[in-house]
Design a protein around this ligand. Structure first.
Ligand code: ADP
Ligand code: MG
Length: 236
């Protein structure tokens, strides 16, 4: 059942000649492996966007969906914290205008309307393939911790529950997850489950060349993946 839905998502991307999944497809894949992604859907008109926002519940986030745009906020393609129907219309138009200006070549697939996750500590989970050792999984805190301090941990896939716990404990900034400096204490169990389910997803889907869940917002109870990117292996 799951494997068929997974294969549908991958085959659609290959059929369209893409070597990556759109965010909504990557999140669909994640959801099949019980990873806690934001809910939402892709729409193609302002009316539909308002309807989707009402289904998801305010506040919402609107994002550009285009095969030419991998870094959505770089082109003004993300609007956060949209609070009502009027805001949805403005964000919808605003994104299309920004994209037209900054990436006139971009084909627009639609606009992704999604649940807005409350802000909190940001972590990232990624996977890549080492040419010698095969698939690896990575964990770290988001923002400057990964970009500047390179404070991340790695394991070969598949990992055990103990591996997942160790990966979380061994980063230098672990104290932040424990609730240092007034940060909320992170739900470690939720992070362990994310690492285990990610490992399982990557093991079972050899088509995944690279995976990047950045950021994941982690709360005292639970966590939410708000962006996900998947690069695919060349089709055999
Ligand atoms: P990009 O393609 O530029 O990486 P993202 O989807 O990551 O775009 O959005 C940019 C930033 O907006 C994220 O790093 C995160 O801080 C915030 N963000 C995105 N989606 C959500 C969401 N659903 N809820 C809360 N914050 C979000
Ligand atoms: Mg992102």
């Amino acid at each position: 059942m799951r494997i068929e839905r997974v294969s549908e998502i991958l085959q659609r991307a290959y059929a369209e000649g893409r070597d990556f999944l759109f965010e909504h497809e990557a999140k669909e894949l994640c959801r099949l492996y019980d990873l806690p992604v934001t809910k939402g859907r892709v729409v193609r008109s302002e009316e539909e966007a308002v309807k989707a926002a009402e289904e998801v519940g305010f506040p919402v986030v609107l994002k550009i969906v285009s095969p030419q745009i991998l870094h959505k906020s770089d082109v003004g393609g993300v609007v956060l914290n949209v609070k009502d129907a009027q805001g949805v219309r403005e964000a919808y138009e605003g994104i299309l205008n920004n994209v037209k200006k900054r990436r006139p070549d971009a084909e627009i697939e639609g606009i992704y309307v999604q649940e807005m996750a409350p802000s909190s500590t940001e972590v990232i989970v990624g996977a890549t393939k080492d040419p010698t050792f095969g698939p690896t999984i990575m964990f770290g805190l988001g923002g400057i911790f990964v970009e500047i301090l390179k404070d991340v941990s790695f394991r070969l896939i598949p990992i055990t529950r103990d591996d997942a716990v160790e990966m979380i404990h061994e980063i230098r900034s672990y104290k932040i997850l424990e609730g240092a400096r007034g940060m909320p204490k992170a739900d470690e169990g939720a992070l362990v489950d994310i690492l285990l389910n990610t490992s399982r997803m990557v093991s079972e889907c050899p088509e995944i060349k690279e995976l990047d869940m950045n950021p994941i917002l982690v709360y005292e109870k639970g966590a939410k993946i708000v962006d996900a990117r998947v690069i695919l292996e060349e089709k055999k």
